[in-house]
Design a protein around this ligand. Structure first.
Ligand SMILES: NC(=O)c1ccc[n+]([C@@H]2O[C@H](COP(=O)([O-])OP(=O)(O)OC[C@H]3O[C@@H](n4cnc5c(N)ncnc54)[C@H](O)[C@@H]3O)[C@@H](O)[C@H]2O)c1
Length: 285
């Protein structure tokens, strides 16, 4: 490819199976010449297929629950030992909502589940950066990226409490990014990715409709997991050294759309049908 990450060392969180965005990032980072450690929660190591990825990319897997400081300290110490020095790039690709899993409506959450989801999906990013910062583990001009979704800014009713978690995650990227930039010359950004068919993505209610809608709304169509990996690689590379504290939309243009002709055509078909038949019951918006 382009050798964009030649000689760089990294830590990649969140590859569960071959559909995971982190999996694609690992494959692309390997192609671009990086060496890295893969990590995931111990339970995910048992349920997923990360060892296959480790074999393909010649990497070591070090388990870490991203809600445990002890696990993260162990991970970062071992990663620096295995890789032989400080870290150039880190991918946080972690998300999970217990309320979504259990089918609890946004208006009626179990707040213990809410806390767990926030801890795993959002606070974990602060925790990861806090350990990297304290251990002075990042190399100057290194890059830290987390994945997010546009429900942090706009309403997507079925995204549930993950919307709030993503808003928090993006804020942490800016706030911690300031200190990482000022003190360590390290950049911190979030990538706001199109809906993507992965284990986490498919957990969202009505996901198929959601992905089809975004596809029709975006002038370039939805961004795939592989395309997200390409974009992530560019942020890990030396070509984006002064990009920091940003939430970067990677969504085929969706985030700046109001309406597309494809969506309008579909709407008009329904509208015309509705107006030629007897109204039955108005659906809820
Ligand atoms: N799929 C989408 O539509 C989409 C869109 C935008 C953003 N994202 C974000 O991309 C990221 C990756 O998700 P994905 O779509 O690849 O799904 P995925 O299910 O493959 O990845 C989520 C990962 O989080 C890991 N994880 C859960 N709890 C953890 C813990 N306690 N410690 C460490 N790791 C833990 C899981 O094991 C899994 O590997 C998430 O932040 C997600 O919110 C996904």
């Amino acid at each position: 490819m382009y050798n964009l990450l030649k000689g760089k060392k990294g830590i990649i969180f969140g590859a569960l199976d071959s559909k995971s965005i982190a999996w694609k990032v690992a494959e692309r980072a390997h192609e671009e010449g990086a060496k890295f450690v893969l990590t995931n929660a111990p339970v995910a190591l048992r349920l997923g297929t990360i060892s296959e990825l480790a074999e393909i990319t010649g990497s070591q897997v070090i388990p870490a629950d991203a809600t445990s400081i002890m696990d993260l300290e162990n991970l970062i110490d071992k990663a620096m030992k295995v890789l032989g020095g400080k870290i150039d790039f880190v991918l946080h690709s972690i998300g999970m909502s217990v309320n979504v899993r259990r089918g609890n409506h946004y208006t009626h959450q179990d707040y213990n589940f809410t806390k767990t989801g926030w801890d795993v999906s959002a606070l974990s990013f602060h925790r990861v950066m806090s350990v990297l910062y304290a251990k002075n583990a990042m190399k100057e001009w290194g890059s830290i990226v987390a994945l997010t979704y546009m429900a942090a800014q706009r309403v997507f009713p079925d995204y549930n409490d993950m919307a709030d978690n993503k808003a928090y995650l993006e804020s942490v990227a800016r706030s911690f990014g300031y200190f990482f930039g000022r003190d360590k010359k390290v950049r911190v950004n979030t990538i706001s990715q199109s809906p993507t068919a992965t284990t986490a993505g498919s957990g969202v209610k009505g996901f198929d409709g959601f992905i089809a809608y975004a596809e029709k709304m975006s002038p370039l169509g939805n961004a795939t997991a592989v395309e997200c990996a390409d974009y992530t690689i560019s942020l890990f590379s030396d070509l984006t050294k002064k990009v920091t504290l940003q939430n970067l939309f990677h969504d085929g243009g969706f985030s700046n759309m109001g309406i597309s002709t494809a969506i309008m055509d579909d709407f008009m078909k329904d509208y015309e049908n509705d107006n030629t038949e007897e109204p039955v019951e108005k659906s809820k918006k």
